[in-house]
Write a protein that binds this ligand. Structure first.
Ligand code: NAD
Ligand code: UGA
Length: 471
């Protein structure tokens, strides 16, 4: 029986390993993590992450060929194939702070693998890492090798949160990069054999290590660039009376462009787009490619501009001040169908409104109060450094101006304005007449996701603003 172990039981490690276990009943899969509460949650009825369809997959395999354990070293020592899916955050200190990837977690995992291994292993980079990381990992692994052979593969993950199970069941492609030596090719084939159980052969792409590592950064940068492009266009639409939805439709109809990922929004969020582009920028700078670095920097810059523009629109529409006014925030997660708030646009928007002394009443169907207060009191980039002391502002200061409530009607009651910051389906179905009746007048609604029917809301009496739409 092939034994797989994955280091890191997070948003990637958990679902990807559950899918491998489901599709390969003859393979034993163990997911390990140093975070004991996370492992306990994976072994409970309340999984640590919310992802449609994940519960069913985990329940079908857990205890059969899928295991979650905090006994990291034992399972690492036992494995034939080791996936490493630890976090690779943006550095907060030292050289490259604010841009470069912090490989502390990766390096400590690699050192532990080198220490405990007694048999040959394939080590798979599942985390998103800077190009050439495999070279550094090889050095660490081979320094104390005692005759043990390690083959490093790059197998970046392309799942998106909220659709992770579907993405894993039916991926557009699986990428495997490896050394172009006989041993490297053998390792590539071994991993290919795992995916080939359910992924059609023509969707499994193999290439050299550096191309695979860079392809992941390139894919995220280009996806984020599409969003920044349409968001930049949304500002021009507002200035000219064009409608960004119509413009995106027209542009996306060109088969060379395609229609997906052209939804204008308050700004992209999520744990990876910003981090991976900043990482790319840093790599370009290190290679002396200043113009290329500046090009990609602009994608992040437009995203920050879009969030700041939204805040400015709210404040300026509401007679240039929101001081003491109640603003309802509908949606805090970085997108619908996830409870993940990492780099959510809502965090920056809330900070902007709090900066103008607003009173916020926040509702999200999947995000707990403790998470929201933690996010609003944490410094930029600190959220992804669980092993270091995370830096917080005083959370009691935040809770003086922020309340977290359990439904949209409570959030909007007595509010002067409403901001929709996540495109949850339930926000399309709300009784907006009821909401209007319970609000101060004039009642403002700012739709950061273009989910509301503007005409219907204007008929009710709302003053509405949508991204990239005629005012
Ligand atoms: P995460 O923070 O949810 O999970 C990482 C886990 O690794 C944590 O539970 C942490 O405790 C654990 N960990 C850290 N160091 C460890 C060590 N030395 N030993 C054992 N466990 C350790 O992160 P994630 O969202 O799953 O992302 C993981 C990687 O995958 C990142 O590089 C990310 O860029 C990439 N990625 C993420 C997504 C996504 O949708 N979240 C998609 C594709 C790729
Ligand atoms: C993204 C990529 O889509 C995945 O392929 C990749 O594996 C992953 O990053 C990663 O490396 O972490 P994810 O961040 O989970 O996945 O979610 P997306 O669906 O890409 O959305 C990212 C952000 O962009 C969200 O805030 C979303 O609301 C926003 N978005 C997306 C828009 O504003 N407009 C769009 O048209 C699409």
């Amino acid at each position: 029986m092939v034994k797989i172990c994955c280091i890191g039981a997070g948003y990637v490690g958990g679902p990807t390993m559950a899918m491998i276990a489901l599709k390969c009943p003859d393979i034993q899969v163990v997911v390990v993590d140093i975070a004991v509460p996370r492992i306990n949650a994976w072994n409970s009825d309340n999984l640590p992450i919310f992802e449609p369809g994940l519960d069913e997959v985990v329940k079908a395999c857990r205890g059969k060929n899928l295991f979650f354990s905090a006994d990291v070293e034992r399972h690492v020592a036992d494995a034939d194939i080791l996936f490493v899916s630890v976090n690779t955050p943006t550095k907060t200190q030292g050289l490259g702070a604010g841009k470069a990837a912090d490989l502390t977690y990766w390096e400590s995992a690699a050192r532990m693998i080198a220490d405990v291994s007694k048999t040959d292993k394939i080590v798979v980079e599942k985390s998103t890492v800077p190009v050439k990381t495999a070279e550094a990992i090889e050095k660490i692994l081979n320094v104390n090798h005692n005759g043990i052979k390690f083959q490093i593969l790059s197998n970046p993950e392309f799942l998106a949160e909220g659709t992770a199970i579907e993405d894993l069941k039916c991926p557009d492609r699986v990428l495997i990069g490896g050394r172009e030596t006989p041993e490297g090719k053998k390792a590539i084939q071994a991993l290919k054999d795992v995916y080939a159980r359910w992924v059609p052969e023509d969707r499994i792409i193999t290439m050299n290590l550096w191309s695979a590592e860079l392809s992941k950064l390139a894919a995220n940068a280009i996806l984020a660039q599409r969003i920044s492009s349409i968001n930049a266009m949304s500002a021009l639409c507002e200035a000219t009376g064009a409608d960004v939805t119509q413009v995106a439709h027209a542009v996306g109809k060109d088969s060379r462009v395609g229609s997906r990922f052209l939804n204008a929004s308050v700004g992209y969020g999520g744990s990876c787009f910003q981090k991976d582009i900043l990482n790319l920028v840093y790599i370009c700078e290190c290679n002396g490619l200043t113009e290329v670095a500046n090009y990609w920097k602009q994608v992040v810059h437009i995203n920050d501009y879009q969030k700041a523009r939204f805040v400015k629109r709210v404040v300026s529409s509401m007679f240039n001040t929101v001081s003491g006014k109640k603003i309802a925030i509908l949606g805090f997660a970085f997108k619908k169908d996830t409870g993940d708030t990492r780099e959510a646009a809502a965090i920056d928007v809330c900070h902007g409104l709090l900066g103008d002394n607003a009173k916020l009443s926040i509702y999200d169907p999947q995000v707990a109060e403790s998470q929201i207060l933690k996010d609003l009191s944490m410094n930029k980039f600190d959220w992804d450094h669980p092993l270091h002391l995370q830096q917080y502002m005083d959370p009691s200061e935040i809770s003086k101006s922020v309340s977290v409530v359990s439904d949209a009607y409570e959030a909007t009651k007595g509010a002067h304005g409403v901001c929709i910051l996540t495109e949850w389906d339930e926000f399309k179905e709300l009784d907006y007449k009821r909401i209007y009746d319970g609000m101060h007048k004039p009642a403002f609604i700012f739709d950061g996701r273009n989910v509301i029917d503007v005409d219907a809301l204007r008929k009710i009496g709302f003053i509405t603003y949508s991204i990239g739409k005629p005012l």
